[in-house]
Design a protein around this ligand. Structure first.
Ligand code: TPP
Ligand code: MG
Length: 591
């Protein structure tokens, strides 16, 4: 049998499992793995500037393409703790990433060695499995099990912690006979799916709530086929936005307290039946459960048995992978069509479309400083249907979700549950690595942008071109808005007079200078009329220089964005669009 170091065996398994894209940075305790990667030669590696950045890059890489598993690597101690936020974000959104950390030698683990921290204990709640390997001979089995776990059931991240001496110990490992373990994915039965559809056809105003599990299962086409076969409208969750194109007649809008459409919430409130597939009834989607559930029957399909009934007891639950379930749903729906059993939902779907036409928020404002709504209107014009958006949190992300358009799965790459500031730049870089031909457009507020701004240098160094729209209100805008409830505006201001950049007019950080200093290109926009030209220029700069291009838009300082505490009580701050010209890039024409 071939003999090699455990680190060489681990790296070989990455190749055999098809996970050959790593993001990370070396340190003494992980150098044997880096030496093994160098010897192997087939693992691509992007050197991050911050270890947390590496973990979000791995997430972006996984989220961008079906089947991808991004790897993030760091040394012992603080590198592992830095990646905890990425593990949290990945586990919360059911995203598989493999985190590999170095560790002090086995015999020194309990001696409070330099940078020896019990990372598995720290990572346990935010991973499917976190393990410190104490026996070198277990390394192949641990990596094999890690891939099995990441891909089975509800996907999620795994952390493998490798003590220095474990990495360097020689073991027997035969790569030629290595085989990945079978993946476990529960599947619905025909009886279950038939029962669910029988419940649906008894209803008058049914909806499908499509969740991120459908994207994870790569089953968007089946979801659209099901909706079209039944003629039932679809509400994508934020994690599933793009599962059905925004301009599809059966795309009924998003529901929720913040990242939602007026017509989506109105349609949900009118419905009497909801079939949830691969979703988790997130609280910012449902709001209060009394309002969300009132008068409706619920069926919930999820791959993870313990998700059924976690938030509220559905009327019927099915444990299934979304793709396996949708295959059967489509089959049974076609049988029902053939047997003339389906009700005609034509009037209901027309009502939903009517709401989509009439409940559009206004986007067209000419104000200087720019109102954010106008930025999204111009982005809709400037960026085509193939654009992949990346965003995280803040008023920027919320308004982006209200006004942008998404037309395909994995074209809205968003950190749904954890929402860590700073996620956007590294995640966008991970998307660029995964999809080098794609047009990637990231969206950040000024604070999110500043959190991991150093990662822009990674984009410059590794030639990862994308456009970063930075909407600058010199405020922690979302928190400023939520502090209205406390009648305060306390430590949410980011404005100051920048002694080096008087042209910032009190907006503080000069993002253009910082971005340029990090090797990127950057433009600043003050007047909304300049936006089309700025986006055109950004595309040119990106093509010419192959680096990230930042388009900073100086916004009005205070804009309140629609949100509320119940889906029937979302507060609107601007009037409804009345004529087409009020919302000229809305998907449904008003005139
Ligand atoms: C690590 C972390 N700390 C705090 C928060 C809470 N938080 C959410 S949004 C936000 C302000 C965001 O400001 P900015 O990025 O400028 O976006 P804006 O709301 O102004 O558009 C804060 C502090 C968070 N999401 N993540
Ligand atoms: Mg801001």
């Amino acid at each position: 049998m071939p003999r090699m170091t455990a680190a060489d065996a681990a790296v070989k398994i990455l190749e055999l499992e098809g996970a050959i894209q790593a993001f990370g940075l070396p340190g003494a305790a992980i150098n044997p793995v880096y030496a093994a990667m160098r010897r192997h030669g087939g693992i691509k590696h992007t050197l991050a500037r911050h270890v947390e950045g590496a973990s979000h890059m791995a997430e972006g890489f996984t989220r961008a393409t079906a089947g991808n598993i991004g790897i993030c690597i760091g040394t012992s101690g603080p590198a592992g703790t830095d990646m905890i936020t990425g593990l949290y974000s990945a586990s919360a959104d059911s995203i598989p990433i493999l985190c590999i950390t170095g560790q002090a030698p086995v015999a020194r683990l309990h001696k409070e060695d330099f940078q020896a921290v019990d990372i598995t204990a720290i990572a346990a709640p935010v991973t499917k499995w976190a393990v410190t390997v104490l026996e070198a001979a277990q390394v192949p089995g641990v990596f094999q099990q890690a891939f099995h776990l990441m891909r089975s059931g509800r996907p999620g991240p795994v952390l493998i912690d490798l003590p220095f001496d474990v990495q360097t110990t020689e073991i027997e490992f035969d790569p030629d006979t290595y085989a990945p373990l079978p993946i476990y994915k529960p599947a619905a039965t025909k009886a279950q799916v038939t029962k669910a559809l029988r419940m649906l056809i008894e209803s008058e105003r049914p909806l499908i709530v499509a969740g991120g599990g459908i994207i994870n299962a790569d089953a968007s086409t089946l979801l659209v086929e099901l909706a079209e076969t039944l003629n039932v409208p679809v509400i994508p969750t934020l994690m599933a936005w793009g599962v059905i194109p925004d301009d599809h007649p059966l795309m009924a809008g998003m529901v929720g307290l913040q990242t939602s459409h007026r017509y989506g919430n109105a349609t949900m409130l009118e419905s009497d039946f909801v079939l949830g597939i691969g979703n988790r009834w997130a609280n910012r989607h449902t709001g209060g459960l009394d309002v969300y559930r009132r008068g409706r029957t619920f069926v919930h399909v999820d791959i993870e048995p313990t998700q059924i009934g976690r938030v509220f007891p559905p009327d019927f639950g099915i444990v299934s992978d979304a793709k396996a379930a949708l295959e059967l749903f489509v089959e049974v729906a076609h049988e029902m069509v053939a047997a003339h059993e389906l009700p005609d939902y034509g009037v209901w779907t027309k009502d939903c479309q009517q709401r989509k036409q009439t409940l559009q928020r206004r986007t067209h404002f000419d104000d200087v400083p720019v109102k954010p709504q106008r930025v999204y209107e111009e982005m809709n014009r400037a960026f085509d249907r193939n654009t992949r958006y990346v965003s995280t949190i803040g008023l920027s992300q919320i308004a982006g979700a209200q006004f942008l358009h998404v037309y395909a799965p994995r074209h809205w790459i968003n950190c749904g549950q954890a929402g860590p500031l700073g996620w956007t730049i590294p995640a966008a870089l991970g998307v660029c690595v995964a999809e080098p031909e794609a047009t990637v457009v990231a969206l950040s507020g000024d604070y999110d942008f500043q959190f991991m701004i150093e990662e822009l240098a990674v984009g410059a160094q590794f030639q990862l071109p994308y456009i970063h729209v930075l909407v600058n209100n010199a405020y922690l805008g979302l928190i400023r808005q939520s502090q209205r409830g406390f009648e305060m505006d306390y430590h949410v201001q980011l404005a100051f007079d920048n002694v080096n950049s008087p042209e910032m007019n009190g907006y503080g950080v000069d993002h253009v200078k910082v971005a340029e200093g990090l090797g990127c290109k950057a433009l600043r926009v003050l007047d909304p009329a300049e936006l089309p030209e700025a986006f055109a220029q950004a595309k040119k700069l990106m093509a010419e220089h192959r680096v990230p291009v930042v388009v900073e838009v100086i916004l009005e300082r205070v804009t309140n964005i629609s949100m509320g505490v119940e889906i029937d009580a979302v507060v609107e701050f601007e009037e409804l669009a009345i004529r087409g010209e009020d919302a000229p890039t809305a998907v449904a024409l008003l005139d």
